[in-house]
Ligand binder design. Structure first.
Ligand SMILES: [Zn+2]
Length: 150
């Protein structure tokens, strides 16, 4: 699998465990989303650059950074628009999952940490490493399933 390089910094800093965890998580989210923007439907074939966008921005905190319910495959353009004004993304989410779900995620935002089902006080290197491992594994699982269908 080719690794997308456009997000890499020019100073070639070694990838942190946090970044590695995000890369695996993000690839999982995008694969799950069939590399199609949930908002406008753009795909790689359309020339779209696909990213993973938080509905409720995770900001500096990490409590909802890896919350699957909050992150979906978005094209760069929709993701950028969302960073300026999140109204459309909120509306899309509410239509699919309901307004109460949005409130649930908002209420998690300022908790100390959220790792799947466990609350943790903060993520350490081991947590990031296990997040990466977990999503690498999940990715293999969905790939196996799709090859069975094909
Ligand atoms: Zn889009």
């Amino acid at each position: 699998m080719r690794v997308r390089k456009c997000g890499q910094k020019k100073n070639r800093k070694k990838k942190t465990t946090k970044k590695q965890a995000w890369d695996s998580f993000s690839l999982y989210i995008r694969t799950l989303g069939n590399f199609t923007c949930v908002q406008c439907g753009a795909t790689k074939e359309d020339g779209a650059i696909l990213q993973s966008g938080h509905v409720i921005p995770c900001g500096q905190g990490h409590s909802i950074r890896f919350l699957e319910d909050d992150v979906f495959c978005q094209c760069q353009s929709c993701n950028f628009k969302h960073s300026q004004d999140n109204y459309d993304y909120f509306e899309w989410f509410k239509k699919i999952y309901g307004e109460s779900k949005l409130h649930d995620i908002k209420s998690l935002k300022n908790t100390t940490g959220y790792l799947w089902v466990n609350m943790v006080s903060s993520f350490n290197k081991n947590d990031y490493a296990s997040i990466k491992e977990y999503y690498d594994h999940k990715l293999l699982e969905i790939k196996d399933n799709s090859s069975e269908i094909a």
